[in-house]
Design a protein around this ligand. Sequence first.
Ligand code: ADP
Ligand code: MG
Length: 554
Amino acid sequence: MIVGIDLGTTNSLVGVYQDGQVKLIPNAFGEYLTPSVVALDDNDEIIVGKIAKERLVTHPDKTVSQFKRFMGTKHELTLGNRAYKAEELSSFIIRKLVDDAETYLGEKVEEVIVSVPAYFNDAQRYATKLAGKFAGVQIDRIINEPSAAALAKRSMVNQEDQSFIVVDFGGGTLDISVVELFDNIVEIVSIAGDNRLGGEDFTAAIAEEFLVSNQLTKDTISREFYGKILVQAEKTKLELNEKEEVKMTVLDQEQEYTLDLSYQRFYELCQPLLARVKAVLDRALMDARYSYVSSDNFVLVGGTSKLRLVQDFLSYCINQVVQVSDDPDRMIARGCALLAGIKERQGEIRDLLLSDICPFTLGIEIIGDRFSPIIERNSTLPASRIEQYYTAELGQSQVKIKVYQGEMMKASQNLFLGELEVPVPVNTRVNESFTVRFTYDLNGILDVEVKIDSTQEVFSHVILQDSVTLTEKEIKAKQAELTRYKINAQETEVYRFLIEKANRVYSMLLGRRRDELMAETRRFEEEVSQASVYHLPKLYQSFSNYLDFLERGL
Ligand code: ADP
Ligand code: MG
């Protein structure tokens, strides 16, 4: 059996193609979204998903989230007293989703198709495959997220028009892609994004307003207090989808702080964020040479697309009503599951992208930390371009060519890829000129060639995407290590989640209400330990209702 996984920064999903249709698979909580959060519990066991997310507030040192941002890098995140790379953490998520799928389907999962952002480079794609290996499943096929969303959309609406503007607005990133579909070919015409813009920023904007209006600053309050403000800000953000005015309240040290926030004021506060959304949209459309777009072409995916504010703003930008259609959280997973089905039937879909266009600009640093682009983003690959440069000073004996990838004006703000030093003939009368040729191929290998114009001498240097190459033996060792950790079993998940939630709610309550919660929790634990399996759901439900009731009162 092949399953499709949307391995998201904030949430992940798994789906399968069965009986001629896409089926998304619920987790132990009956939910499709599993938070991409990993935690270490008090027995040093790995916990994944919703329970781990509850512990973000209560055990920040033993919980990690948002690690997808570090895929393919050497950056490590600490969990308790051990450091993990993003691909190791991701392997726990994959393992959990595969377990859920196997439990649900009663079949073994042999292969997994995973989606990745279109701009993921080779190292990041490789890391994703490695995460699969660590989790003990095969990932032969990776699909680009916008391609998956477009495939899912096409299958749902049967639309004639085969061009899509996929707006994927998640927890921490915004990606807008123009995607065209013809038969079994998906062509990503352009991609643009802001990897520092997401739902969390809208939440942070509310938190900031809350601080300002209560004359507080982030640096002078406790981490715990700020954590509580963020939780309430998130709630307020969601409530503003339906209400025109929301009262936000946070308790800290027996004191109550409040903020009355209107939708209008929220819109104002978010102007700087919305301007960045516009910039990304414009860039995607300009690169695709689209001058007119219809709201029918829009595919809104990701949780933040559900923000009324975002839909209102996009509508304002194109002067037509843009709405989330179906399932914005699940479109990518649906596309992955669809592809799993196609692959099982031995079909193929060609997903034209990274292999075919270069999603970022490649260039070198010139004097004054300026960035000089050589291969521009969205160039068709393989690409080979030349630019001519001059030595900066008379009598210079060598030049240093520093190669960067990115879209920033300042070289140092882009991603440094490598450098080479080239001797130049010492010339005290005129500046020597030299030509730099970049050749970038389908495998992500950048060949840098420098030719001194006066002597025709050529120097070259090959830059490989800095991929982590591990030997089979190292992979086996990692797998063994990771299987040492037990991942939370499904049967007890709901129970453990409720206990963690009780802890979090407890941390937000005060005085008498705390004592009450503690007593209730004790009683719940006792009842569960004595109850028969058949009575558990009822016990869980009533304790869960009680916690929700307390939380609403916060
Ligand atoms: P990612 O792609 O990063 O894994 P998601 O697409 O799941 O993330 O989006 C998560 C974000 O969506 C969070 O910031 C959350 O606040 C936001 N979100 C979820 N539901 C809604 C909603 N109904 N309205 C507004 N924002 C929402
Ligand atoms: Mg996403």
